[in-house]
Design a protein around this ligand. Sequence first.
Ligand SMILES: [Fe+2]
Length: 405
Amino acid sequence: MTDWTFEELVGDTEEFFSRHFGERPMLRRGALDATRARELVSVGRLDDLVAMETVHPAYIRVARGGQGIPGKAYTRVATEHGAALTEAVVPEQVYELFRSGGTVTWNYLHHFLPSARHLVQAFTQAFAAPAEAVAFLTPAGHDGYAPHHDPVDVFVVQTEGTKRWRVWEPTGERRSEPATYPDGTLGEPALETTLHPGDVLYLPYGTPHAAAAGDLVSLHVSVTVTPRRWRDLLRETVDALTADEEFAAVPHLGGTGTDHGPSATALAAKLTLLAERLAQVAPAAEAARLTTAGQERAGASRPREFERLASLSGLSPHDPLRRSRIPVAIGPSDGGRTQLTVNGHTLAVPDAVAATLRLLEGGGSVQAGELLQGAPAPRSVRAAESLTRLGLLEPAAVGAGSVDR
Ligand SMILES: [Fe+2]
């Protein structure tokens, strides 16, 4: 498994956020050594990906002279028993386009390449925002794309060959659309540089740039990040506050007259209530909630469930366990057993287990042998193992505070 950290790519993160983020480009030579850079993605790996019929053609684009080439130039409809099955990439046609100067891109690389998925994860953690990875393979001596800017922050990681970059000052305007710039309209570039394997180049949102391969085939990965603005974050805070029942009624607005008095009075009351609720928000807790929500929303943060299940060996009675973050609904007791609903599954557990789960909701841990209080340890351990497999419980650090009963 290849894990990456944000620091590994940008160096001192404090310096990055204070000096470069959103403001000015950053070039970091040799952030990764050549071997590590190829671990992210190599030319050979792209041969495998182009040949894999399960990678949908929508993920692959080819452009030549700055213009996209229609997908039908390098795809076919695969058939199975005479029936159209799916569109598939024709590797020979992609190779032919590449030989004649086409740049091949793999969009959403993190959807099908584990190393890119892990890389993107480092960015979603650092920015609490969605991130995506795109691979660009450019034939030797050819331009990639004409000068343009992207409406995202971009981190370029060169993994093979070299690429010449021209970078102009950011436009300063956070336009939400990409734009291309006709030749000669941008003036002199602020930065002209050649990236080698392992080099990292950061381009703030809206930075015009153009790139061309050197004497070798060039491969780089661009990680794009879309950080949330204040308006996005505050909207999420207001959304959470207005989920309250106090804001659920449906007022009557509109009508044809000019007297909006009653609507305005009702609106004033709700605005006052909302202002009061906003004033009560604890900034530190809300910042933590918004951060976690941003980190978890990105697909790349999904857990490794197979690995988790495979790593679960038998528990011993003294193993400490705590509640996981998977929500559980604990129903009423019926005949000594309590119904639990988790991940859409319903199961009945002894009341003593439900009572311990309730206690664990508030934090703390319990030893596997004591989950089912009053029962022999082996029985309690078996119950703990089945709740751990379901994901309701997870190992806690040894020495974690145990719950008070
Ligand atoms: Fe770009």
